[in-house]
Design a protein around this ligand. Structure first.
Ligand SMILES: Cc1cc2nc3c(=O)[nH]c(=O)nc-3n(C[C@H](O)[C@H](O)[C@H](O)COP(=O)(O)OP(=O)(O)OC[C@H]3O[C@@H](n4cnc5c(N)ncnc54)[C@H](O)[C@@H]3O)c2cc1C
Length: 313
């Protein structure tokens, strides 16, 4: 039994790992050049930036155990913070490393953008950019709900409920500074506005060599208001807001802006995953359970369990 999994974020890789661990053949496809999806690390000539998810927390015992194993393998570490009720975990030396233990030994095809899927007899056929077509007995789609809807509308009735899912966008500014910001706090949070999250990545464990790299993330309302504006002008607004917060900035060695159209889930489906045993297609992602990496982990695991249950029958 072969399964194709579209999406190498936390949900897709968790699903793939569970299937591979019981001896299933899995092929994971991702349009990106790296793994982890929104667990993202941007590597530049001036060190790395965590420009997607900032840290993860765990309530689920399985996810807690996973993070502890990743910690033992030096791919994750607690980020010590005062006054938080749960440990903040980060990937080490970047957030994308949090998926590295899941990916080990899997057949993963990067830079493979899936453009269409269709039923081909009793199997699934998946067509990627560049003309490559793959077939499998089962298909797992672990990408943001709006992108899944584009791919699957008219292909499976599972796509019908996806328009109930809502996301907030997030504009992110990455700045590499020549000198430390002596007076500013190293981590700052607010509910919205241009500076809803500010952090110096160097304060996270495992990033000492990266220098004075700051990540500034706008809140959901602010990002929505400026969603379709050019990246350069949004970058200027975020820079100015950061400077008002921090005081005069030292020389900027490098600056990049990134728009996350589907950053955080605002309205989840509130079901762990979607699965159609008749045709062997399933969906998973944070959007099933909520706006956190842990939700993506739980959803990917739930989909693998549904697949394995069906197979045992
Ligand atoms: C700016 C930002 C800050 C965040 N902060 C936090 C935080 O602090 N803590 C927290 O817990 N969570 C945070 N999150 C949310 C967290 O990142 C997500 O909940 C989680 O990573 C989602 O995992 P996923 O596997 O469901 O989806 P994704 O990570 O989005 O993975 C989906 C994958 O599918 C691929 N893909 C999409 N379409 C196709 C296609 N057609 N063909 C092939 N591949 C495709 C993508 O390239 C991607 O790799 C944040 C997110 C963002 C963007």
């Amino acid at each position: 039994m072969t399964t194709i999994i579209i999406g190498a974020g936390m949900a897709g890789l968790t699903c793939a790992r569970h299937l591979a661990d019981v001896g299933e053949d899995v092929i994971v496809l991702d349009k990106g050049r790296g793994l982890g999806g929104r667990l993202a690390t941007r590597r530049t000539d001036h060190g790395s930036f965590d420009h997607g998810a900032q840290y993860v927390t765990a309530r689920d015992p399985g996810f807690t155990a996973y993070l502890e194993r990743a910690g033992a393998a030096t791919l994750a570490a607690p980020w010590e913070q005062l006054g938080v009720d749960r440990t903040w975990w980060v990937g080490s030396p970047g957030m994308s490393k949090l998926v590295a233990p899941l990916a080990e030994g899997l057949d993963i095809r990067k830079s493979c953008h899936v453009r269409s899927v269709q039923r081909a007899g009793q199997r699934w056929s998946v067509a990627c950019d560049g003309g490559e077509t793959l077939e499998a007995d089962r298909l797992a789609v672990a990408i943001p709900a709006p992108q899944a809807a584009t791919l699957l509308t008219g292909v499976t009735p599972l796509a019908d409920g996806l328009d109930g899912v809502g996301y907030a966008p997030c504009w992110t500014l990455m700045l590499s500074l020549a000198e430390p910001l002596e007076q500013a706090p190293r981590v700052y949070r607010a509910s919205d506005g241009p500076c809803a999250w500010i952090a110096c990545d160097a304060t996270k464990p495992g990033r000492a060599g990266d220098g004075e790299n700051w990540v500034i993330q706008a809140g959901p309302g602010w990002s929505e208001t400026h969603l379709e504006e050019p990246a350069a002008s949004v970058g200027r607004l975020l820079h100015d807001a950061f400077e008002s917060w921090a005081g005069a900035l030292p020389e900027i060695k490098a600056s990049q802006v990134h728009r996350w159209r589907y950053a955080r889930v605002l309205k989840a489906l509130e079901t762990p995953c979607l699965w159609d045993g008749e045709t062997g297609i399933g969906l998973a992602g944070d959007w099933c359970l909520g706006p956190r990496v842990e939700a993506a982990f739980m959803s990917g695991r739930a989909l693998a369990e549904r697949m394995m249950d069906d197979q045992r029958r």
